[in-house]
Design a protein around this ligand. Structure first.
Ligand SMILES: Cc1cc2nc3c(=O)[nH]c(=O)nc-3n(C[C@H](O)[C@H](O)[C@H](O)COP(=O)(O)O)c2cc1C
Length: 174
């Protein structure tokens, strides 16, 4: 898959087949995160990989719409040095998700509302920021996760606003 097709075809996947992802593939995904650019090349991230089924189920309970983590083959908790590093962390997260997508592995971010609970569960030091949890796995094309229905209702469809509504040329609003 070429890079442009990978980017524009990437949709969130929340239902996964009960199939392991080889460790080599997991490492390739993590390396895609590792190679992300960051402000003054600080690389302000740490990846906590969770594969244990019981731990995935437990991790899935720390967010309101994070149930999809329970069925993932693995999850990556993305930890940043501080809340100032969110732009870098976003680039890093998307690189990992696109690297997975290019190899047929679906993914979806999970926002963690119960930060204290998740941080304690993952052993994240006090001076670090838990940015998000990414679920990864082979897509189950026949299943539709219950969260999907909620997200669809809340977010209205799965398309994108027209390009004209988000682009100005030379100055905002033109
Ligand atoms: C910062 C951020 C937080 C998100 N949190 C969640 C979440 O908690 N649960 C979930 O199911 N999807 C979550 N998503 C996925 C969005 O709902 C998704 O990117 C959006 O609806 C577009 O989906 P699509 O690319 O499949 O069309 C999150 C996405 C982002 C960028």
């Amino acid at each position: 898959m070429d890079a442009y097709r990978c980017i524009v075809s990437k949709r969130e996947v929340r239902s996964f087949l009960p199939r392991e992802v080889p460790e080599e593939t997991i490492r390739r995904i993590l390396k895609a995160g590792r190679w992300s650019g960051s402000s003054v090349n600080r690389q302000p991230w740490h990846f906590v990989v969770v594969r244990d089924r019981e731990r995935l189920a437990a991790l899935s309970r720390f967010g309101r719409f994070s149930g999809h983590v329970a069925g993932a083959a693995f999850a990556v908790a993305l930890v940043a040095r501080s809340s100032r590093d969110l732009f870098d962390a976003g680039r890093c997260a998307q690189n990992m998700m696109l690297a997975g997508w290019s190899e047929g592995i679906g993914s979806c971010p999970a926002t963690i509302q119960d930060q204290d609970g998740a941080r304690a569960f993952l052993g994240i030091p006090e001076d670090r920021t838990l940015v998000t949890v990414l679920s990864f796995g082979y897509p189950d094309p026949r299943a539709s996760h219950p969260i999907e229905r909620v997200v669809r209702r809340v977010i209205v469809g799965r398309g994108r606003r027209p390009l004209e509504s988000m682009v100005s040329w030379e100055a905002f609003g033109r």
